[in-house]
Write a protein that binds this ligand. Structure first.
Ligand code: AP5
Length: 217
């Protein structure tokens, strides 16, 4: 099963993708995580990515499309994937269609998580993740079971993202409205778009996605 999770920064795409990965035994492909890993190389491309992402802008389509094409070739994606953060522009959506056709693959659903802007800002402000395994947490909504210890890997170091600073968040929201929201009608026209209330508690959002997937998968 191949799924796209769409929604503005902080909508819960990563949170839900991590859960879907476990439930359906399909792999989460987060272009944001891939870019953050690539940045760490510290070479010229890494530095360029750092400044684009810190400002909350999108990296060029040509680069991200190539990265995604290579990623879905990996053996762990053979059973299916959840795209989290891709596509983000109409050219990316068109490129994905071409990749799927060439591999004789189909999308089961494109799921939009709808969340009010005020809530998004609050979620991003409280977000942090495990420095070792990347598991996501929130100061108020998703605390580790034992304070200061990652539920998944037991690590005790956590990090906050550079692009979660208020100015970058404002720009990321603007970029979402200007460049990513236009792909919603693209998938509506294909009969694939399903909208879920992303304002609900995390477990309720997961249940809504699962019941929707039962109908289409
Ligand atoms: P990316 O990493 O994809 O970031 P994003 O889309 O801005 O999304 P976020 O990761 O901020 O939020 P999310 O929806 O995953 O929410 P989360 O689950 O963490 O991209 C970063 C950058 O990389 C981009 O700005 C761009 O520069 C570049 N990039 C990436 N892909 C690209 C592409 N395709 N093309 C070009 N450039 C690209 O949840 C947020 C918080 O809320 C968490 O703390 C969570 O615990 C909490 N939470 C989640 N759900 C709920 C709920 N239902 N109720 C209460 N709290 C909740």
């Amino acid at each position: 099963m191949n799924i796209i999770l769409l929604g503005p920064p902080g909508a819960g795409k990563g949170t839900q993708a991590q859960r879907l990965e476990k439930t359906y035994k399909i792999v989460q492909i987060s272009t944001g995580d891939m870019l953050r890993a690539r940045k760490k190389a510290g070479d010229a491309l890494g530095q360029e990515l750092s400044s684009i992402m810190a400002a909350g802008n999108l990296v060029p389509d040509v680069l991200i499309i190539r990265m995604l094409a290579e990623r879905i070739e990996q053996p762990d994606a053979a059973n299916g994937f959840i795209l989290d953060g891709f596509p983000r522009t109409v050219p990316q959506a068109e490129a994905l269609d071409a990749m799927l056709v060439s591999k004789d693959l189909k999308l089961a659903a494109v799921i939009e998580l709808k969340v009010d802007e005020e809530e998004l800002v609050q979620r991003i402000a409280g977000r942090y993740s495990c420095a070792k395994c990347g598991s996501g947490y929130h100061d108020l909504y998703q605390k580790p079971e034992k304070t200061g210890v990652c539920d998944k890997c037991g690590a005790t170091e956590f990090i906050r993202r550079e692009d979660d600073k208020p100015e970058a968040v404002r720009n990321r929201l603007k970029v979402y409205h200007d460049q990513t929201a236009p792909i919603l009608p693209y998938y509506t026209a294909k009969g694939l778009l399903q909208t879920v209330d992303g304002m609900a508690p995390i477990d309720d959002v997961s249940h809504a996605i699962e019941s929707l997937l039962k109908k289409v998968a």
